[in-house]
Structures are given as structure tokens and as C-alpha cells.
Design a protein around this ligand. Structure first.
Ligand code: SF4
Length: 75
């Protein structure tokens, strides 16, 4: 738990890329997501904390998730 004050909202604290486990901030997470064609979970959580039904974090799934949750988002 090296960086517990980071703003990251990802709940997977066992992920080695989670900022609570190193001092490199978002860089490792974003690099992994860009390489995989995915969107970091913090973007999904901006729309809703209920990620239970999500099967993947692709760009396409984010667009679908956004459309589904845009009226109830936190912003
Ligand atoms: S990009 Fe990754 S590490 Fe950064 S806040 Fe979002 S989920 Fe957390």
C-alpha cells in the first residue's frame, strides 16, 4: 500500500497496476488498457459504481455502458 492517497476508484487493490501498490500513478494502468484496447475502470465508475454485469472493459462496452447510465451518472 505505497500510494493510498491516489484518487483511483478501482476496487481491485490486488492488481499490481493499482496505484495503491506502486508510486507510478496511472501510467501502468493506462498503458495496459491502451495496449488491450480497453478503458480504465475509473471511467466506468464515473458513470456508475455497479459494474457487476460488465463482461469486458473494451471501448465498445464503455460506449454501451455510457449510453445505459448517462442519465444516472455522478456528473
Ligand atoms: S487510470 Fe487506472 S490507475 Fe488511474 S485512476 Fe483510472 S483505474 Fe485508477
Amino acid at each position: 500500500m505505497e500510494n493510498q492517497k491516489h484518487f483511483c476508484t478501482c476496487k481491485d487493490v490486488n492488481c499490481k497496476l493499482n496505484p495503491c501498490n506502486h508510486s507510478k500513478g496511472c501510467d501502468p494502468c493506462i498503458k495496459k488498457n491502451l495496449n488491450a484496447g480497453e478503458i480504465p475502470s475509473c471511467f466506468f465508475r464515473l458513470m456508475s459504481d455497479n459494474l457487476n454485469e460488465l463482461q469486458e472493459f473494451t471501448i465498445e462496452s464503455f460506449v454501451d455502458f455510457y449510453i445505459k447510465n448517462k442519465d444516472n451518472s455522478k456528473k
